[in-house]
Structure formats: structure tokens, C-alpha cells
Design a protein around this ligand. Structure first.
Ligand code: SER
Length: 594
């Protein structure tokens, strides 16, 4: 079974169970400052899990592209990926533990669907702690379906608890479904022990709680289900492969890397690691740039993660002997594989290729410059009898010339020297402590619908419309990020805004606030929304029912909410900064003052 077939079957199965298919959201979270990327399918659905009404109903199914860079350093082994696709089914106050487990069981084991032999499955349930009781209910359902007691494991919060996605928000115990890979494990093999024998493919989360800012748990008004099945892992199992890299999602990419480097996958561990890292990172980079709200390499936030991914891929290319740009054709292969599922990727092909290549060239220049600096320092360094390059020197190369520590170590090795890595790490840490630019990004957010973030969200709609009135209809949202303090809005516009234009925009927004306009929504198909002149941002499907928020007669925009009831609640809108975000994209930061 291919990934495409699995995607189709999953959606079809849940449609037979009365679920409506909804689109996945952008990889770059809109209006949610708690994360840099969409890390799970539940993320864009947080408002609905907390009680907002979803226009498509109470049973939903979708595919969500996700990026998790938390364990970026583990990429290179058999299973860690920075980009993956998650299949999800959702109950918003409908079925709960029993219904969810029964449906998962049917989809996995029925001959009409995945037909995985039941004896290959094992599950874990929440063991309970002082806050929340042991999840006997889920275990009882599993037993009734035929999973014997010895394949039901009760584990703690580390394993069997999910959420919140940020610091606050919906969360609850989960039950995880594992498949026996056939790989011989260790003596204490069990789900949750990563010895290769048990692979987790599906996670059913029973959202019962809302974690509040003070760390306590409040019961949710209605219970919800959030499940996530990883496509890459599941097809690995269904195809009887040992790793995700042996599936059709990677083999064409790997074949390409083998061809250009003259290496062969499977012949040598360190080569394999480099090939896996290049394939994973290029795949992620292509999706990030080619997303509907794509970002470009930069030194902050998501752009910085992207830059790290690209540069790491380049470094591993060098390890395999490549010194000229090589990422673009690999990205072409990735785009070819996914463009029918994610059309934006295809339409942004040119941008993906040119941005990747530009970043790659920039980095190669950096490397050459760093090498040159290193050569200049060399006579001095060689005078050190211990043949150790001090940490602060390595850090300066890194900080001033962007020269990665691994390359400094590589060059040091070539000259019979080592690097004081501890000294480098210390200098690095000190630097990090003084330059946490972005930590505010991870606090608060959409998950806690504080009054201020909701007000700023409504102000963002006003700003968007005002920009279109002043600058023209080419203005399109490229990103939105709200903290408790300010809104940040990225939009397409080719040049710096003049002071006069900024003043006009501010005045228009403040005029709408003074008019005390009601904020309300109606539900309609996306097609009707477009016909009605609503601003719609991303690639939702045409027949999908969406919420269209209107602010009086001034603005109409497809959006999930939440918003204030009336613009009079907003106070005074003030633009504090207008700057460039990336080529052709401007960024406005604005605040509301009372
Ligand atoms: N939110 C859960 C996860 O990411 C289930 O979808 O695993």
C-alpha cells in the first residue's frame, strides 16, 4: 500500500462513519504564537477543541502536514523525521473512548481496510496519577475487542498523555497503538521501549481537560477525541519495510543522492546517515518554502529553523564529496511526489528552487570565507603546543562568519588539531542567554483565549482590509502572529510603505473601531465565500463549509475565530513598526492602546 492509497482509504473509512473531510492547515501556524510550525493535527483545531463551533460539524477527518524539529539531531536514524503527514479523525463532543477505539480497531484489522493481523497489535493506556485516574475504560474496550491483557500496557504521563500544544489548552490521556515490526527486540521489549520491535502508528487522545495558565486542569465543557496516525510509519509497517527510508516516499530521493554523489545507500553507516539527513531536510525545506504561507530562510523563528535544515543538508552533501549546489534537483523530486496532494507546492516550484539554491550558494560562500579565515589563523593556532583550538576562537568563527563548529572541527582534524568543544559550548550558551529573541513567541497564544489576543486578532482583520484599501488588492496575508502584547502581520507588497500610507491605514482601522461595528460570522461553502467577496487565504477545498467573519460592512474574511463581539472593544490601534520580512513581503507590528 502506498502513501497515496493510505491517505485515500483513511478519509474514505471515516466518511463511512459520518465524518466530514476538512483541509489540513498551513505548516506555518496563523494567529498562534505558541509554536513556529504546525506540530500536530490538533494544533489548528484548538479553538474547536475548546468549544468553538466547527462549520463542518462534530465529526471531522483530515490529513495534516506537520513539522517537529525538537529532535532534529536524531534525524539520520531509521525513524525520526522532521516532516511528516498525520491522518486524524476528530470528535467534537461526539463519540469518546469506546467509539474512537472501536473505529480504530475496525480500520486497522478489517479485511476491507488495512487488514493488519490483530495478534501484531499492542496498546498502551494512561496509568493515572494524582491529577487524573487510571484509564480502565480504554483498556476494557481493547480487551472486549480481543487484545489480551499481556499486550495492554499502562504507562505514565511521559508516554500516555497528550497536550497541550503550547503551555495551556486542551489535553488528556491517550491510548497508543503499536505494531510488532518483526524485528527482534531486547529482553524487556514493550511498547514505549525504542528497540525497534514495537512501532507506534496511531495515537488516540481523549481531550477531557483544559490546562490553565496556573498549571491546574479544568474539565472541558464537552469531551473531544483527537487521533493522529503517521503516514510514513504506517506504510513502513504495511509494506513490511525496516525503515521509512525504504518506502516510496524516500527511495526516489535517495536514488538521486546516490547518483550525484556516486555513493550507495546501505553500504556504510556514516554515508547512510548523511543520505538520510539530506533526504529528510530537503523534503522539509521544500514543504516549508512551498507552503501556502511559506517562509524563507532567515535568522529568526521559522526562517531560522529552515536555514539550519538547509545548511545541515549542505554540510552532509560536502561529507559525501559535493562542493557545488545540489539541493534543487532533489527538491524537484520532492515536489513531483507531493504536488498533486498539495497544489501550492507545485505552483511555488520556482520559488522553492530559487530560494533553496540562493541559500545554498550563500552558505557555500560562508564556508569558503570561513575556510579563508581559518587559514589566516592557522600559523597562530599551530603555535599552541597542545594543538587545541580555544573555544572562543571557534565561537568567533561561528558567530562572525557563520562557520559551523563541525566544520571547524573537521578542518582542525586535517591539521592534526582538536577544538575545545566545551569552551565553544560555553561561549555559545552565554550568547544564547543574552539573545533569546524569540522566547516570547512560545508563551500564551491562541490556546489561552485571553481577551488581548482575541482583540488583536480582530484588529488583524481590520488591518488586512485597510492595507488592501490603501495599497491595493495585491496585498495578501503571508503570516500572522499574535502575542499578548502585539500583533504581527506579514503581507505581500513590493516596497516600503510611506509614512503617509501608514497613517492612512491607521486612520482607517481606527475609524472602523469608532463605528462600533458588530463582529459576526456565517457559515457557507468556500465557493460562496469567494463569490461574496470574502478574503480567503489558504488551500481549502471548494465544497468545504467555512466560517466567514464579517466586521460590519467593512471586512469579510474566512477564519476560525475567535473574535470580539464589536470593534468598540478594541481601543486605539497604533502601528509601531513597518519593515521588510523577506523579498516582496512587508511586516507590520501594531498594538492596541486603551
Ligand atoms: N495530537 C496527537 C499526536 O500528535 C494525536 O493526534 O500524537
Amino acid at each position: 500500500m502506498t502513501a497515496n492509497e493510505l491517505r485515500r482509504l483513511y478519509i474514505e473509512f471515516f466518511k463511512t462513519k459520518d465524518h466530514s473531510e476538512i483541509s489540513g492547515a498551513s505548516l506555518i501556524p496563523q494567529n498562534d504564537p505558541t509554536v513556529l510550525f504546525t506540530t500536530a493535527g490538533m494544533h489548528p483545531l484548538v479553538p474547536y477543541l475548546l468549544g468553538e463551533k466547527h462549520p463542518s460539524g462534530t465529526r471531522l477527518v483530515n490529513v495534516q502536514r506537520c513539522i517537529r524539529t525538537g529532535d532534529i539531531d536524531d534525524v539520520g536514524d531509521f525513524s525520526h523525521l522532521t516532516f511528516f503527514e498525520m491522518l486524524g479523525n476528530w470528535s467534537l463532543g461526539e463519540y469518546f473512548k469506546e467509539g474512537s477505539i472501536r473505529m480504530s480497531w475496525e480500520f486497522l484489522t478489517s479485511r476491507d481496510w488495512l487488514a493488519i493481523p490483530p495478534e501484531k497489535l499492542a496498546v498502551t493506556c494512561f496509568a493515572g496519577d494524582e491529577d487524573v485516574p487510571r484509564d480502565e475504560e480504554s483498556a476494557t474496550v481493547w480487551k472486549s475487542l480481543g487484545i489480551p491483557e499481556q499486550r495492554i500496557f499502562f504507562l505514565g504521563r511521559e508516554e500516555n498523555w497528550w497536550g497541550p500544544a503550547g503551555e495551556t489548552g486542551p489535553c488528556g490521556p491517550d491510548t497508543e497503538i503499536y505494531v510488532d515490526t518483526g524485528i527482534a527486540g531486547t529482553a524487556d521489549s514493550r511498547p514505549g521501549v525504542s528497540d525497534g520491535k514495537w512501532m507506534e502508528i496511531w495515537n488516540n487522545v481523549f481531550m477531557e481537560y483544559n490546562r490553565l495558565a496556573d498549571g491546574t486542569y479544568a474539565r472541558l465543557g464537552r469531551t473531544c477525541v483527537d487521533t493522529g496516525m503517521g503516514i510514513e510509519r504506517t506504510i513502513t509497517i504495511l509494506q513490511g519495510r525496516k525503515s521509512v527510508y525504504e518506502t516510496e516516499l524516500f527511495t526516489p530521493v535517495i536514488a538521486h543522492i546516490e547518483r550525484v554523489t556516486g555513493t550507495s545507500y546501505g553500504s556504510d553507516r556514516s554515508t547512510d546517515v548523511s543520505i538520510r539527513i539530506i533526504s529528510d531536510h530537503v523534503r522539509t525545506a521544500a514543504h516549508v518554502i512551498g507552503d501556502e504561507a511559506g517562509v524563507l530562510p532567515s535568522n529568526v523563528g521559522a526562517g531560522y529553523i529552515l536555514r539550519r535544515l538547509i545548511r545541515r543538508a549542505v554540510r552532509h552533501g560536502r561529507k559525501l564529496g559535493l562542493s557545488e549546489p545540489f539541493l534543487a534537483p532533489i527538491a524537484e523530486t520532492v515536489i513531483g511526489m507531493y504536488e498533486s496532494v498539495y497544489p501550492a507546492l507545485g505552483s511555488k516550484r520556482g520559488e522553492v528552487i530559487s530560494e533553496l539554491t540562493a541559500e545554498e550558494e550563500r552558505f557555500l560562500t560562508t564556508l569558503r570565507r570561513g575556510e579563508h579565515e581559518f587559514e589566516k589563523l592557522l600559523p597562530n593556532l599551530e603555535r599552541n603546543p597542545a594543538r587545541v583550538i580555544p573555544g572562543r576562537v571557534a565561537f568567533r568563527l561561528y558567530d562572525t562568519y557563520g562557520f559551523p563548529i563541525e566544520i571547524t572541527e573537521e578542518l582542525a582534524g586535517e591539521h592534526g588539531m582538536t577544538v575545545d568543544r566545551q569552551g565553544f559550548d560555553e561561549a555559545y550558551r552565554k550568547h544564547q542567554d543574552t539573545s533569546k529573541a524569540d522566547t516570547g513567541t512560545f508563551r500564551g497564544g491562541l490556546a489561552d483565549h485571553t481577551e488581548m489576543t482575541t482583540r488583536l486578532h480582530t484588529a488583524t482583520h481590520l488591518l488586512h482590509k485597510a492595507l488592501r484599501e490603501v495599497l491595493g488588492d495585491h496585498v495578501a496575508q503571508k503570516g500572522s502572529n499574535i502575542t499578548q502584547e502585539r500583533l504581527r502581520f506579514d503581507f505581500t507588497h513590493p516596497e516600503k510603505m510611506s509614512p503617509d500610507e501608514l497613517k492612512q491605514v491607521e486612520q482607517i482601522v481606527n475609524r472602523q473601531i469608532e463605528r462600533d461595528l458588530p463582529v459576526d460570522y456565517t457559515e457557507m461553502t468556500l465557493e460562496d465565500a469567494r463569490t461574496n467577496g470574502a478574503i480567503a487565504l489558504f488551500g481549502e477545498k471548494y465544497d468545504e463549509v467555512v466560517k466567514v467573519y464579517s466586521i460590519g460592512d467593512f471586512s469579510r474574511e474566512v477564519c476560525g475565530g475567535p473574535h470580539v463581539g464589536s470593534t468598540a472593544e478594541l481601543g486605539t490601534f497604533r502601528i509601531v513598526k513597518e519593515q521588510s520580512s523577506s523579498q516582496g513581503v512587508r511586516r507590520i507590528k501594531a498594538v492596541l492602546e486603551s
